[in-house]
Design a protein around this ligand. Structure first.
Ligand code: GLU
Length: 447
């Protein structure tokens, strides 16, 4: 139950943004956590902080026309929500997926504000994307789409204004086409305008690995608090994109055995542990379907086309696919099977009901905005390298990422403790992320 003032603000936000369930879900979760702060720090009730925080500073929606390989004109919708710039330039990825709409971009942008704040680095929050579906498109089609997308987006972004990156459906190939078009239109080699760039043209080592590595390091920190580790643990990972692949990589480095991976067609279980090179070959190089893994791997691997990946018994779960992929019944099953920690590599993969199940069962639960912050944190490290025209070694950059993840873990844990919710990483992340942004907004006055 929220206090009446908070409830009133929430009602206004929900009424003003109808038909956006994911956005409502993300806002409601933050409000639930903030009740404890509002009581102790009435100054955060001043200056309409919460109402302003929920209203994006700017929302851009644009037409993206492009010509497919058959010569037919296609039209998609492009979005960039510049949510909050209290701590730095808007920062957040671009998602290309058929499910993208304004509500999805707003939920992601809203989460990004708190996540970016938690990194301790000077980055505000934003997100963008398009309902363009990259599946089955040729390189030429993807290029023409990206060029058209950037033909509009370029006037809104810049290294001091707004710095997009990748997300689902946007990787090094897309960032390449986007950067090329930005460079052409502006006649500027402005490396710091996009992150996730290729290593030869301003990208950072470890950026590709960062989100998956970070979510695993966060899980490792949660395990340490319980006197445990990944060593010998059975681990369930969902997804098979960039985040999942590098989560699997890091778990294996830490001695864990990852037994699952998935894509939209189903999931695989491999009792001998996922063969990462084979998975990378199929998903990253060939852009194929996950069922191929089983055909080529054989042994004790199997493909399951329906049902839930979370039925597979594991000690640690790393949901790395997409929002709301892990439901209440999945959480119950995981708990029955003895899961001890869940670290979210994706953004908001667990439904609120699932989170409640984990917390009631005292499972260590790391919410995405803390656990998956390693990706955007390393983007900020890429911006630092671009600003100083430098490039750092893998070891140095990975060391920075590890330090950042450990300090996010520490900060969320201590904040939860401070506000009387020991072990509650959701409250810890929301409150710690919120405080920095709110303090900056108070300093700036009503703008
Ligand atoms: N899309 C990633 C996220 O959800 C990374 C964003 C970035 O690097 O700017 O945090």
């Amino acid at each position: 139950m929220l206090d009446p003032a908070l409830q009133k603000t929430l009602d206004v936000v929900l009424a003003r943004n109808p038909g956006e369930p994911e956005f409502h879900q993300a806002v409601r979760e933050v409000f639930d956590s903030l009740a404890v702060v509002q009581q102790r720090h009435p100054e955060y009730n001043d200056q309409g902080i919460l109402t302003r925080l929920c209203e994006p500073e700017r929302q851009i929606i644009f037409r993206v026309p492009w010509v497919d390989d058959k010569g037919t004109v296609q039209v998609n919708r492009g979005f960039r929500v510049e949510y909050n710039s209290a701590l730095g330039p808007y920062k957040g990825g671009l998602r290309f997926h058929r499910s993208v709409n304004l509500g999805i971009v707003k939920f992601l942008g809203f989460e990004q504000i708190f996540k970016n704040s938690l990194t301790g680095l000077p980055i505000g929050g934003g997100k963008g994307g398009s309902d363009f579906d990259p599946h089955g498109k040729s390189d030429g089609e993807v290029m023409r789409f990206c060029q058209s997308f950037m033909s509009e987006l370029h006037r809104h972004i810049g290294e001091y204004t707004d710095v997009p990156a990748g997300d689902i459906g946007v990787g090094a190939r897309e960032v390449g086409y986007l950067f090329g078009q930005y460079k052409r239109l502006t006649n500027r080699y402005e490396g710091g305008v996009l992150t996730g760039k290729g290593l030869d043209w301003g990208g950072s080592l470890v950026r590709k690995e960062a989100t998956g590595y970070g979510a695993t390091i966060f899980a490792e920190e949660m395990l340490k608090v319980r006197g445990s580790s990944f060593d010998g643990r059975r681990v369930g990972v969902s997804g098979s994109g960039n985040v999942a692949i590098y989560a699997i990589d890091k778990v294996q480095q830490l001695g864990g055995v990852v037994v699952t991976a998935s894509d939209s067609s189903g999931y695989i279980v491999d009792e001998d542990g996922v063969d990462l090179e084979l998975l990378k070959q199929i998903k990253e190089v060939e852009r194929g379907r996950i069922a191929d893994y089983v055909d080529r791997r054989g042994g004790r691997s199997r493909f399951v086309a329906d049902g839930s990946i979370w039925e597979v018994p594991v000690d640690v779960a790393l949901p790395c696919a997409t929002q709301n992929e892990l439901h209440q019944k999945d959480a119950k099953r995981l708990v029955e099977n003895g899961v001890i920690a869940v670290s979210e590599g994706a953004n908001m993969p667990s439904t609120p009901e699932a989170v409640e199940v984990f917390q009631d069962a005292r499972v260590a639960f790391g919410p995405g905005k803390a656990a998956n912050a390693g990706g955007v944190a390393t983007s900020a490290l890429e911006m630092q390298q671009n600003a100083s025209r430098d490039s750092w070694t893998f070891e140095y950059t990975e060391g920075r990422l590890t330090d950042i993840m450990r300090s996010i873990h520490q900060n969320t844990l201590e904040t939860a403790e401070e506000f009387g919710k020991p072990g509650d990483y959701v409250v810890g992340a929301n409150v710690a992320g919120f405080r920095k942004v709110a303090d900056a907004m108070l300093a700036f006055g009503v703008i």
